[in-house]
Design a binder for this molecule. Sequence first.
Ligand SMILES: [Zn+2]
Ligand SMILES: [Zn+2]
Length: 244
Amino acid sequence: MVAGVVGRLARWVLDFALPPRCAGCGTIVDDVHSFCPDCWKGVEFLGDGGCLTCGMPLQATEQRTCGACLARGPRIARTRAAVAYGDLARGLAIRLKYGRKVAIARTMARYMAPLVGEGADRLLVPVPLHRTRLWGRGFNQSALVARELSRRLGIATDPLALARTRRTPPLKGMSPLQRRKTVAGAFRVRDRRAVAGKTVILIDDVLTTGSTAEACARTLKRAGAARVELVSWARVVKPSQLMR
Ligand SMILES: [Zn+2]
Ligand SMILES: [Zn+2]
């Protein structure tokens, strides 16, 4: 208890006493939770354009919703990511897990906050880790980002609303069908009352195929969530999909 208070105080003092550093390379910058000019050039911000539903860049022939979303009506009503997955985005995601956790979570939250959708009854829910991973790492990195977003936006967060009931292998290299089967039934809502009727905004660090988030959304909808959205720090985007 006392250690916790002292720790928080020490962090608070450090936050104010030390000059702000670039979240990418650590050089001193003018602005807190930002990037130096060199790193800034290497970040591909995705913004809030693109498909109204999935947030992916639209083709010239597509209107406000992309062809893929029109065809299959995804479970996640609105998906946004702050940056395209690249060297710098990956570096931040790794350091969020193993390094300067709070500072990195704040930097991510700063760029994710403008992408969180408006509306009533919103609840921020981090994509959960399995408890064996939690024990190894001691915390869920997405929960730290959700907490920072909650502070910034004044939206409630519930890091325990969703639980991962089994450990799933990495989905990399699997077909879409294999991925769906692998993550199906891997999540559980702890208390239906916490999500019933709410717009649940899932918070993730890196969005790759979306299979995991879709499985979370299916579980939340079954438990009574009115709508599920997703805001991620980074997202894997093919270079050809980027708007330039
Ligand atoms: Zn830098
Ligand atoms: Zn779409």
